[in-house]
Design a protein around this ligand. Structure first.
Ligand code: ADP
Length: 162
C-alpha cells in the first residue's frame, strides 16, 4: 500500500488544498493531510483549530485522513510509512520555496520522494493568506473555503484584536 503525507500549515484549509489532496488520492492508496504544529510564520488559527477545520472539510475515508504533527516532516513521513511527500505548486513564486523544501528533505532522506502537483487552474490564485485578507475586511470567501471555515474566519475577525 502506497501512503503519501501532505503536510502544510493549513491556516486555514482552502478548496485549493482539498483539490490537491483529492488528486493525490488518485495516485496513492492513502493520503494523510498533516497540520504542521509550528510553522515559522504567524498563525491565525491554533493547531487544534486548524486540524478540526481540516477534519470537518474532508470526508474521512480509507484513502484520505487528517492529522497533526510537531516534528521534522521527514521524520513524521517515515513514522506513518509514507513513500512520498505531496506538495502543491501554484505560480513561479511557490517554486523557490518548494524547491528548497524538496532539496532539504532529499538531503535528510532520499528514499522518500517529493511529489509536487501543479495547482488546478481555478485554484491557482488561491492561498490561505488571500482568504485571511479577504475575510479580515468582511469579504465573501464562500467560493474559496468550505462553509465551516468561512464561519470560523468570521468569528475570528469579529473579535477585536489588540
Ligand atoms: P505551507 O505549508 O508552505 O505553510 P500551506 O499550508 O498554505 O503552506 O500549503 C500547503 C501546500 O499546499 C503547499 O505546498 C502549497 O504550495 C500548497 N497549496 C496551497 N494552496 C494551494 C492551491 N490553491 N492549489 C494547490 N496547492 C496549494
Amino acid at each position: 500500500m502506497k501512503i503519501a503525507l501532505y503536510p502544510g500549515s493549513f491556516d486555514p484549509v482552502t478548496y485549493g488544498h482539498l483539490d490537491t489532496a483529492k488528486r493525490a488520492t488518485r495516485i496513492f492508496d492513502r493520503v494523510i493531510m498533516a497540520v504542521f504544529d509550528r510553522p515559522s510564520k504567524n498563525l491565525l488559527f491554533s493547531t487544534s483549530e486548524r486540524l478540526e477545520l481540516l477534519q470537518t472539510s474532508i470526508e474521512t475515508t480509507a484513502r484520505l485522513e487528517a492529522t497533526s504533527y510537531a516534528k521534522l516532516t521527514i521524520d513524521y513521513a517515515r513514522e506513518v510509512g509514507a513513500v512520498a511527500i505531496v506538495r502543491g505548486l501554484r505560480a513561479a513564486g511557490d517554486f523557490e520555496h518548494e524547491f528548497q523544501i524538496a532539496q532539504a528533505n532529499q538531503y535528510l532522506d532520499s528514499s522518500i520522494e517529493m511529489v509536487i502537483l501543479m495547482a488546478s487552474r481555478q485554484f491557482s490564485f488561491l492561498s490561505s493568506s488571500v482568504v485571511r485578507e479577504i475575510a479580515a475586511f468582511g469579504g465573501d470567501v464562500g467560493e474559496l473555503v468550505p462553509p465551516q471555515v468561512a464561519t470560523a474566519l468570521q468569528r475570528k475577525y469579529a473579535v477585536p484584536r489588540s
